[in-house]
Design a protein around this ligand. Structure first.
Ligand SMILES: [Fe+2]
Length: 287
């Protein structure tokens, strides 16, 4: 089983970035991988035209099928009041004038707005969610969910942007949080028995100090997964074999807990090819 892992494409950031993404997704048509995972931030600002452009490229790549493609939202794909309505563009004066409106939206942002942002993301990529297993046990898309890959592997997808009601202390909409009770329930699903368990989420699992050493304290504090330590304990207890994420824009591999391999493909300049065999996963970075 070969998996291509991409993340943080940020379509719409710049024409140069868009050209790179177009090339990258075009390469998938010649790729013999069994499955492609894109772990969030497909778009720069969650605009409908950005999602539509990516959908079109993915359709053209030939991998647009639930058995061959899994996409999940990142913070840039949600929180539309911030990334689409406030943070867009490079005109700092225009952004300053939009600040009062953004602050009011931040105060008003609640579960209803979050669910509407999620629904909008799902509406562009709905076919890729067909056949998932959720805790509710119905066909509606909800998190966490399981997608079985062939006879031997499974993706366990967690939604790490679920920051409410803490959102008002997360004013850049970039911190993460995991619903641990729901994650524990899905990781105990009998359908995972004897399968290679691959957890997919958007936010990084590195310690805040490690991220700060490279990126500075402010960046590390504003991008961290709030309940990271408790999540790693849960992954350890649940027999997880591999974790895939992005968010923190580096191409790297590391381990957490009892040496669970973690792959960060958070940079559109690169990606990882993961080959799962009898002995575990072989992980190869590609540029
Ligand atoms: Fe992100």
């Amino acid at each position: 089983m070969k998996i291509v892992h991409l993340s943080d494409l940020h379509w719409g950031f710049s024409p140069e970035r868009d050209a790179l993404i177009e090339q990258r997704l075009g390469e998938l048509s010649a790729c013999t991988a069994d499955h492609v995972v894109i772990s969030g931030d497909l778009s720069q600002s969650g605009r409908s035209e950005e999602f539509a452009a990516l959908r079109s490229l993915l359709l053209g790549s030939g991998c647009y099928h639930p058995d061959r493609l899994t996409v999940i939202p990142g913070n840039h794909d949600l929180f539309s009041f911030f990334f689409r309505d406030f943070n867009a563009g490079r005109d700092l004066y225009a952004r300053w004038r939009r600040l009062p409106g953004a602050a009011a939206s931040l105060y008003r942002y609640g579960w209803r707005e979050y669910e509407a942002d999620l629904d909008r993301f799902h509406s562009f990529f709905s076919e890729t969610f067909e056949g998932i297993f959720t805790l509710a046990g119905n066909p509606a898309i909800s998190y966490p969910f399981i997608k079985l890959l062939g006879e031997r592997a499974a993706l366990i997808v967690l939604e790490s942007n679920r920051m409410l009601p803490q959102i008002r202390r997360n004013s850049a909409c970039s911190n993460g949080w995991i619903d641990l009770d729901a994650a524990a329930a899905i990781l105990a699903h009998p359908g995972l028995e004897n399968r290679f368990r691959i957890v997919v989420l958007h936010h990084q699992l590195q310690a805040e100090e490690q991220v700060a050493a490279r990126m500075g304290r402010l960046y590390a504090a504003m991008t961290r997964l709030i309940n990271r330590t408790a999540l790693i304990d849960l992954l350890d207890r649940s027999g997880v074999d591999l974790v895939l994420h992005g968010h923190y824009h580096h191409l790297e591999q590391y381990t957490v807990g009892r040496s669970i391999p973690v792959v960060n493909s958070g940079d559109a300049a690169g990606w990882h090819l993961i080959d799962i065999g009898e002995e575990g996963a072989g992980i190869i970075p590609r540029m």
